[in-house]
Design a protein around this ligand. Structure first.
Ligand code: 9D3
Length: 248
């Protein structure tokens, strides 16, 4: 998977991909991540990346020109119909489809080249959307200062789904959300920390009982704070939940 990030703040990404699973995936050549300064694709002498909105209003709008030139340089074309197979041009914007684990899996499975365009200011010239973008994505209903932090979220969630990105100690299949439930609580030594005891069931070595306890706790937690996950809209595997009786 090749991931190119277009931004006016390349420094923002300086070290963020140099840790943990992403770092290991880079070293193993499972993913290649390149950061591009939109200013490097400007053609005017002042290297302008934005301008005032037609029709008036506050804020600035990212110019189409540097983004078109960057996409042409990265994919060979600036016509959506002509991108090589497996190419997705993703605009991070508050107007996008909301990112979740299913969308992450879709990108990890279907793409081998992602270009992430980080929006800023009041927005991006709509002709970028019209001619270039294959997917417009938001990471949730809150206001960010720009698409940069959203791009980091996508890179993390997608990279760890790529084949062989996770070591044997971790498994994507065991992750929270892969079975549609939140994770159960975890404990490690000491068994008594400042008088707070680890649940007895985890200490007795009965693995069937431990498994049952973990399922119950996961379901309890999900029921309490994320009832929406039990309602099926975000469900990726119906099997686990349908074994439980729930009251919603
Ligand atoms: C005045 C209306 N605002 C849109 C809801 C303006 C606006 C707010 C924030 C325009 C751009 C931004 C910057 N945010 C992003 O570029 C962004 C974002 C976000 O704010 N929330 C969740 N996901 C994303 S992805 C990109």
């Amino acid at each position: 998977m090749k991931i190119d990030i277009l931004t006016i703040f390349p420094e923002f990404f300086r070290e963020v991909f140099d840790f943990g699973i992403i770092r290991r995936a880079k070293l193993a050549k499972i993913v290649e991540i390149n950061i591009h300064d939109l200013r490097d694709f400007t053609t005017d002498k002042h290297r302008m990346v934005d301008d005032r909105p037609f029709g008036g209003g506050d804020g600035m709008v990212l110019n189409a020109q540097p983004i078109f030139d960057a996409i042409e340089s990265l994919t060979g074309t600036c016509e959506r119909a002509n991108y090589p197979k497996g190419t997705k041009i993703i605009l991070l914007s508050p107007q996008g489809r909301v990112f979740n684990q299913s969308v992450a899996r879709e990108f990890a499975d279907e793409a081998n080249h992602l270009v992430l365009i980080c929006g800023r200011y009041e927005g991006v010239d709509e002709r970028v959307n019209d001619a270039l973008v294959t997917d417009e994505i938001s990471i949730g209903d809150y206001v960010l200062s720009g698409g940069e932090s959203a791009a980091i979220v996508l890179v993390d969630a997608i990279t760890r789904l790529l084949p062989h990105a996770l070591g044997s100690e971790t498994s994507a299949a065991n992750d929270s959300f892969s079975d549609g439930l939140l994770d159960c609580p975890h404990y490690t030594r000491p068994a008594d920390f400042r008088g707070m005891r680890v649940p007895e069931v985890l200490l007795n070595g009965n693995h069937a009982e431990i498994e049952k306890w973990r399922k119950e706790k996961a379901l309890e937690k999900t029921q309490k704070i994320r009832k929406d996950l039990l309602k099926g809209a975000n469900r990726q595997q119906s099997t686990v939940i349908s074994q439980h009786k729930t009251d919603n």
